[in-house]
Design a protein around this ligand. Structure first.
Ligand code: NAD
Length: 338
């Protein structure tokens, strides 16, 4: 049973919001805002699941994070509980059944908080898997000063392919151009204002030394990187995914690594990350064989969906989430409605 940690500011305040999947680093930002916005915030450690939904009884809204899955059946129950809104502490909304929510419950997101945070992190992952700084760190800590096996490649004058040229993709393009890379892009809706050459996916796959994913997870982008896509890529390609895990067919990725077609992979997201990422499972027996297999490759870096995790981004998420709640409470335009 998960604990209801605390109910703040019991009396004389207005809107009541149940915050699911909260960690200490969420509370740092949101606690002071409860007073400022005169709202009652209920911080829950529990993820939002059918069996934890009742914890939000009496609340006007729930506030969730990326691995809280909201199904049509849960939306029905929330409306019966008179919950008026689902506040997302994220830009992505693939974890909510939006069609089921339409006309029944508001879904408000934080469309932009710090695109640079994620793009800079994607770059950090690329530099790590290319130059093996993750392995160099563990070696030198042990006074193993050998550099055998740690040879990388220059990024200078290599080619990058960016899939998705929204806010984060654009930031990534700016950064990679700073390395003097040639950048190609693919987007369902090409942005004519951008100083980048758009190509179709087969050309992007064929030309890129580095491919970085910055599109949302939709029906169209599910497994956009599958066996066929990997077959079209260059020998020795680097692949970076800071968007959503299910953009990549992980089994096809593993085959590409085994064939040595793929030289390095940085994954900040993983198809089956829900229930695993953000938790300390160091004492557990890992049940996910695919994830366990991924961890065995020396040229794969997996991190726990933390591309967004900077001071600037956390503050912006907190402010925008509370502004969304404030707009709802005061009948103002819901500019961030999904
Ligand atoms: P955005 O909405 O600004 O940009 C997304 C771009 O993808 C748009 O240009 C859109 O036209 C394009 N797109 C949509 N469907 C497409 C398709 N089928 N093929 C190609 N392109 C398509 O979003 P953003 O703020 O740049 O964020 C991008 C993604 O990054 C989010 O969807 C989210 O999944 C992920 N993200 C991850 C983290 C993290 O911590 N790792 C943090 C924030 C966002």
């Amino acid at each position: 049973m998960y604990l209801v940690l605390e109910s703040l500011f019991k009396k004389g305040y207005h809107m009541k919001i149940a915050f699911y999947t909260t960690k200490p680093y969420d509370r740092i930002w949101f606690e002071p805002m409860a007073k400022q916005y005169k709202m009652e915030l209920l911080f829950l450690e529990a993820p939002c699941r059918p069996n934890t939904l009742d914890l939000a009884a009496g609340c006007d809204a729930i506030c969730i994070f990326i691995n809280d899955q909201i199904t049509a059946e849960m939306i029905e129950r929330l409306t019966k509980m008179h919950v008026k809104a689902i506040l997302l502490r994220s830009a992505g909304f693939n974890h909510v059944d939006i069609e089921a929510a339409r006309g029944k419950i508001h879904v408000l997101r934080v469309p932009s908080y710090s695109p640079e945070a994620v793009a800079e992190y994607a770059t950090a992952m690329l530099l790590t898997v290319n130059r093996f700084t993750h392995r160099a760190y563990t070696r030198t800590r042990d006074f193993n000063m050998s550099i055998n096996g740690l040879m990388g490649t220059d990024l200078h004058q290599k080619t990058a392919g960016i899939i998705g040229t929204g806010k984060i993709g654009q930031s990534m393009i700016r950064i990679l151009k700073g390395f003097d890379m040639k950048v190609y892009a693919y987007d369902l809706y090409p942005n004519k204002e951008l100083d980048v050459e758009y190509v179709e996916l087969p050309e992007l796959f064929a030309k890129s030394h580095v491919i970085s994913l910055h599109c949302p997870l939709t029906k169209e982008t599910y497994h956009i990187i599958d066996k066929s896509a990997i077959d079209q890529m260059q020998q020795g390609v680097y692949l970076i995914n800071t968007s959503r895990g299910a953009l990549i067919d992980t089994n096809a990725l593993i085959d590409g690594l085994l064939d040595r077609k793929i030289a390095g992979v940085g994954l900040d997201v993983y198809e089956e990350e829900s229930g695993v990422f953000y938790e300390d499972l160091s004492d557990e027996i890992i049940q996910d064989n695919t994830l366990a297999r991924l961890m065995t490759f020396p040229n794969v870096l997996v991190t726990s969906h933390m591309g967004f995790f900077t001071t600037e981004a956390m503050q912006a998420i907190a402010v925008e989430t509370m502004e969304n709640a404030h707009a709802l409470e005061h009948g103002l335009p819901l500019v961030n409605e999904v």
